[in-house]
Write a protein that binds this ligand. Structure first.
Ligand code: DMJ
Length: 585
């Protein structure tokens, strides 16, 4: 159209005279030079470029974004990524108002009160420094891995950038990598744009971004994290505008439309996705003073509590329209996992006051033990999957988080069950360790089986990969804290050495395609959870227990620490403040 208007230039642009072609080329090359030149006017934050724009940075393409999510969401599920756009227009909830509204309510939140209600200093007496030199050296090695790992500027689905940056804020802070933390914070302040149009996973945005920003705020008190997380929290709310209030899995943060995953049967929502919002949403209400976030997740809780459950089990697919189960597939691994985790953690995060969560967790555990927990011929305890009453004798790497979960839940179950739960937690963690030690690389496969003679090994080619997942190490960390059995630190160290040997690449760490091949093939992907979870859990494993003490902190499913909410203490604190205020008046 533009060319058509230029005199002497044909519509196709093919009829240019030589001199015109020359001028045109001159103009084009000028433009290109200008664009390149502009790069050099960016602030000269050399480290930022090293960390965030490493040579491995993936260009901001939708394909990459989709792949990132496919690997993270899809890894809990299937490979495809084609949302069925069966969305309803996002109705505005009148109580969701502007950021100003939140700011106004948020200003009532007292960071001081929160800090005074912690039982212990968050970072311990001495940043959790272990007394013995070997453990300290091991911890230093983990820290060095974090330091030498470029935080790739991963483009997330929906164009929400910087997953690795947001996901690693708290890890940098906990490790005392303050320069890197400051630069990451600056990036959040100047570049984290939440108004992106595109497809975002509600679950992933919640666990990585909401969780990451919340932790960063609680650990540092920096207002920017609170501002950003409140803004983001409001953008997630339209996903809940369904007939049942069960959110859909995918949301466009710009327009507020939401829809279900194309691969999820009959437009259903996924248990591990809509069941993994509770911790973060409670904190969003806490910070903003807006009860709406809590209401949204309590509504999910209510429906799940009431609905009939086959054999007491929770299937993985539920219709957000009818509120009924869509398929009877039950798993404590992908698609189901963090729902169970959030039940026990909701109870712990409520300072053990949320009895509904407590009850739901232990009933679910009972059903899981009765129907899914198995012992292999070789004596390994594992948690199988359940398909309409038929057992699939497979355990996913994702399911290995359950050792830690059962461990932290051991104290508060039915009377006399504590040792039983501790034993079960230890047995599952042992099985998961076996899945690592039976491979050539000493890293575990994506899924391992207990059929056709297999014992904790992958039998299918498609299950042999390892994408830097944290779950096995996560269980080592919890079991170490609970038992102080030195084997957990030894197992953690085996993993550090295996990661170093097989996953370390020039630009950081990479997943591998086959854990049974001693000559590895890298997938050239470094998931953001490697920084937020795998390295953080390793660091905690080699630290003293007073670094993020479990009495005060609950880790979300992406390993972002969230403080226990001590309602009574917070109220008393604000009453004292009000009283002081009145006395001054
Ligand atoms: C993480 O994003 C979270 O732990 C999630 O709950 C499932 N697994 C991945 C890492 O494997």
């Amino acid at each position: 159209m533009v060319l058509r208007k230029l005199p002497g230039v044909s519509a196709s642009g093919m009829g240019l005279r030589l001199s015109q072609k020359f001028v045109f080329l001159l103009f084009l090359s000028g433009l290109v030079t200008l664009c390149f030149g502009a790069l050099f006017f960016l602030p000269d934050t050399v480290r930022l470029k090293r960390i965030f724009l490493s040579k491995n940075e993936n260009p901001p393409s939708v394909t990459h974004g989709a792949r990132t999510v496919e690997r993270s969401v899809g890894s809990r599920a299937q490979e495809e990524w084609s949302p069925a756009r069966a969305q309803e227009p996002a109705a505005k909830d009148e109580r969701v108002t502007s950021a100003a509204h939140n700011g106004e309510r948020g200003s009532a939140y007292s960071y001081e009160a929160f800090k005074s209600c912690l039982l212990k200093p968050a970072l311990g007496k001495n940043q959790g420094t272990p007394p013995d030199s070997e453990t300290l050296q091991r911890r230093e090695k983990v820290k060095e891995n974090q330091l030498r790992t470029p935080v790739l500027c991963v483009v997330f689905a929906g164009g929400l950038r910087g997953a690795s940056i947001v996901d690693s804020l708290d890890t940098l802070y906990i490790m005392g990598l303050m320069e890197e933390y400051e630069e990451a914070k600056e990036w959040v302040q100047n570049n984290l744009d939440l108004n992106s149009n595109g497809e975002a996973s509600l679950f992933e945005v919640n666990i990585r971004y909401v969780g990451g920003l919340l932790s960063a705020y609680y650990l540092t008190g920096a207002e920017i994290f609170k501002q950003k997380v409140m803004e983001l929290g409001e953008k997630l709310l339209p996903a809940f505008n369904t007939p049942t209030g069960i959110p859909r899995g995918v949301i466009n943060l710009g327009s507020g439309t939401s829809w279900s995953w194309g691969w999820a049967s009959a437009g259903s929502s996924i248990l591990a996705e809509f069941g993994t919002l509770h911790l973060e949403f409670l904190h969003l209400s806490q910070l903003s003073g807006n009860p709406l976030f809590t209401e949204k997740v309590m509504n999910i809780r209510k429906l799940l509590n009431k609905i009939e459950k086959p054999h007491g089990l929770y299937p993985n697919f539920l219709s957000p329209v009818s509120g009924n189960w869509v398929q009877h597939h039950v798993s404590i691994g992908g698609l189901g996992d963090s729902f169970y985790e959030y039940l026990i953690k909701s109870y712990l995060m409520s300072d053990k006051t949320d009895q509904e969560a407590q009850k739901m967790y232990y009933s679910a555990m009972e059903a899981i033990e009765t129907n899914l927990v198995q012992k292999s011929p070789g004596g390994l305890t594992y948690v199988a999957e359940w398909r309409g009453g038929i057992l699939d004798h497979k355990m996913g790497h994702l399911a290995c988080f359950s050792g830690g979960m059962i461990g932290i839940g051991a104290d508060d179950g039915p009377a006399g069950q504590k040792q039983h739960y501790l034993d079960l937690a230890a047995e599952i963690t042992h099985t998961c360790h076996e899945s690592y030690s039976r491979s050539a690389t000493k890293l575990g496969p994506e899924a391992f089986r207990f059929d056709a003679g297999a014992e904790a090994t992958a039998t299918r080619l498609s299950d042999r990969y390892y994408i830097l997942r944290p779950e096995v190490i996560e269980s080592y960390m919890y079991m170490w804290r609970l038992t102080h059995d030195p084997k957990y630190r030894e197992w953690g160290w085996e993993a550090v050495e295996a990661l170093e040997k097989h996953c370390r690449v020039d630009a950081g760490f990479s997943g591998i395609r086959d854990v049974y091949a001693s000559t590895v093939s890298h997938d050239n992907m470094q998931q953001s959870f490697f920084l937020s979870e795998t390295l953080k859990y390793l660091y905690l494993l080699f630290s003293d227990d007073d670094l993020l003490p479990l009495e005060d902190w609950v880790f979300n499913t992406e390993a972002h620490p969230l403080p226990v909410i001590r309602k009574r203490c917070l109220q008393e604190h604000s009453a004292t403040q009000d009283h002081g205020q009145t006395n001054l008046e």
